[in-house]
Structure formats: structure tokens, C-alpha cells
Design a protein around this ligand. Structure first.
Ligand SMILES: Cc1cc2nc3c(=O)[nH]c(=O)nc-3n(C[C@H](O)[C@H](O)[C@H](O)COP(=O)(O)O)c2cc1C
Length: 317
């Protein structure tokens, strides 16, 4: 798939996920074959105030291509933050028009913008004019089922310079249920000429194939399906290219991946903060593992690397 002059090789992107897909997790997903990743969303307004936390969110490694996602509602502020974003050398800048969280929507950002397509278009125009890299948008299909306007919004975004559109096949009101509407993703794909990335409910390689087959999209994007299962990218790549894929890693292998993940988190953030960050990942890595249910309470309060190693050993016994 091409984003302007940038070529994205590979078949499956990691979705931006605030609080989950930090630099360490994104690098882990690249190591399993993710084609491209996007940072957690960063507030354009906070960036113009030189917020340190936002700068941490924008750190990228040598693994590429990688995008930085921004959110906001004021075209001038969105444009103003572009040089600060580009200082982190993203391959593209993604604009969030899908976040359903009340605190974001209340500020006329994220999926609120689906209710104001002209403002959404002005934002894309302002960011694209200020940026030297391609600008993409991640959107939902509408505000609610009475206002499904993804085709109208997509055309406006394309006309204002969006180089690609990621479509999560749900409305804002639907949050994360019912199942993603693949027909609407297909309709957007047919309505625009820029690449369309299909997103929503890809939890297995078969789901990935269905997204490609039923929507004709140019790339697919996995979010929750990669939580505690970064190897899903390898399985998806194998299935899409060969029609078969290796089963999940063994419990021992999963615990090895989790411990390596934990070591990298601790090296980046220090052990105290790192282990706190790791707890949620540990719960996802161990979900459904035989014998792990009784250890969940201990995983959710684990406080050191040595304790985590002991718990991982118990899972494998
Ligand atoms: C914990 C969490 C955090 C998320 N954070 C973001 C975000 O920062 N930016 C964004 O565009 N979407 C965000 N999303 C939405 C995902 O990128 C994706 O669109 C959604 O989860 C649907 O894909 P899935 O069914 O593969 O999970 C988030 C989703 C989850 C579950």
C-alpha cells in the first residue's frame, strides 16, 4: 500500500491504542511482522504547551514505517503542533476522528468530528498544509446508526488532502459492540481513491482474511486482537500468504515473550513504573491459560521482575 511516496509493505497494521501500544509494545509487534504502527493519541493542544508526557508518547524507534496520531478540534492548533510532531520523525501523521471517550468528544475532538464533516475537512487541510509527511485519518462510520455518514466524511477528508483513511466499522455510540460493519468499510473503499485500511474485530487470521475479502481494503489493522498476543501478526501473515498458520506459542513460549516484554518495559521506565505498566499486559498474556486463573490476582498486583518470573514459572508448571 502506498501513502504518497511512502510504501507500506506487509499486510497488517497495529492499531493505535492509548495505554497499550507504547513504544515497547509497538516494537514487539514489529518483531512478529506488523507492517506499520501508530503511536498512542497525543493532544495537539498539549503539544503546543510543550507537555513532556506527550513527548514521551511520540517517541519512535528505528522500526518503520511508523505514524504519530494527534487529536484536537481547532485547525490552527492542529497545524501549529505539526513541527513538534515532525521533530520525532514520523513517516506520517494520523488524525484521530474515532475516539468515542466522553472527555475527548466533549472537547469536540475524536469521533465528535464525524458530526461536523466540514470542520473535519478543515482540520485535515490545515495539518496537511503544515506537514511534510503524508497525513492520514482514523475514523468511525458515523455518530450513531441514524447518522452513518462515513462516505460523505471520507470524500471530504480525501478532498482536503488525507493520504489514507482507516475505517473502524462502528459508530461512536456503538463503542465496541455490535460486530464491525464490513459493508460500510467496503462502501468507503469504493467511494474514495486513497487507500482504505479496514479495522474492527480482527481476532484471528480468518477474521483478517474476511476483512480483506469482504471490503476490498488496502490494508488491515488489528487492535484488541494483539493484546497479550503479539504473535497474531505472524499468524495473519502466514495465513494470508500460505492459507495456513502456526498455532499459538506454548505456555512456556508465551511466558518467555511476556518476560522479555517486561524486561524492555522496565529498562525504559524503571522497574517500579515498568512493572505497573506490565500488569495489564500480564493479564492478557495469561488469559485462558490452563492454571493461570488462580494466579490472576497475583499478576494484577505483581510488583517486581523477580516476582513476575516466579509467577511465570508457576504458569508453566
Ligand atoms: C485500550 C484501547 C485504546 C485505544 N486507543 C486508541 C487511540 O489512541 N487512537 C485511536 O485512533 N484508536 C484507539 N483505539 C481504537 C483502536 O485503534 C481500534 O480502532 C479499535 O479497538 C477497533 O479495533 P479492534 O477490534 O481490532 O480492537 C483504542 C482501543 C482500545 C481497546
Amino acid at each position: 500500500m502506498r501513502l504518497g511516496s511512502l510504501e507500506i509493505k506487509g499486510k497488517c497494521a497495529l492499531a493505535p491504542m492509548a495505554g497499550v501500544a507504547d513504544l515497547i509494545f509497538r516494537d514487539l509487534c514489529y518483531s512478529f511482522g506488523a507492517a506499520v504502527t501508530v503511536s498512542e493519541m497525543v493532544s495537539a493542544k498539549a503539544l503546543t504547551m510543550c507537555d513532556r508526557k506527550s513527548e514521551e508518547l511520540m517517541s519512535l524507534s528505528e522500526n518503520r514505517p511508523a505514524g504519530i496520531q494527534i487529536f484536537g478540534y481547532d485547525p490552527a492548533v492542529m497545524a501549529e503542533c505539526v513541527p513538534r510532531v515532525e521533530a520525532f520523525h514520523p513517516d506520517f501523521i494520523d488524525i484521530n476522528m474515532g475516539c468515542p471517550a466522553p472527555k475527548i468528544v466533549k472537547n469536540h475532538s475524536g469521533s465528535y468530528l464525524l458530526q461536523d464533516p466540514l470542520l473535519a475537512g478543515r482540520i485535515v487541510r490545515a495539518v496537511a498544509d503544515a506537514a511534510s509527511v503524508p497525513v492520514t485519518v482514523k475514523m468511525r462510520i458515523g455518530w450513531d446508526v441514524e447518522h452513518i455518514n462515513a462516505i460523505e466524511v471520507a470524500k471530504i477528508l480525501e478532498a482536503n488532502g488525507a493520504a489514507a483513511l482507516t475505517v473502524h466499522g462502528r459508530t461512536r455510540e456503538q463503542m465496541y459492540a455490535p460486530p464491525a460493519d464490513l459493508k460500510m468499510i467496503q462502501a468507503v473503499k469504493e467511494a474514495v481513491t486513497v487507500p482504505v485500511i479496514g479495522n474492527g474485530d480482527i481476532f484471528t487470521p480468518e477474521d483478517a482474511k474476511r476483512m480483506y475479502d469482504e471490503t476490498g481494503c488496502d490494508l488491515i489493522m488489528v487492535g484488541r486482537g494483539a493484546m497479550g498476543r503479539p504473535w497474531i501478526f505472524k499468524q495473519i501473515n502466514e495465513y494470508l500468504s500460505a492459507g495456513a498458520y502456526a498455532q499459538d506459542p506454548t505456555n512456556e513460549e508465551k511466558m518467555g515473550i511476556m518476560l522479555a516484554h517486561a524486561e524492555k518495559i522496565c529498562a525504559r521506565y524503571g522497574e517500579t513504573r515498568g512493572i505497573c505498566e506490565l500488569r495489564k499486559h500480564a493479564l492478557w498474556y495469561t488469559k485462558g491459560l490452563h492454571g493461570a486463573a488462580k494466579l490472576r490476582g497475583r499478576f494484577s498486583t505483581v510488583s517486581s521482575m523477580s516476582e513476575l518470573r516466579l509467577l511465570a514459572e508457576e504458569v508453566c508448571q
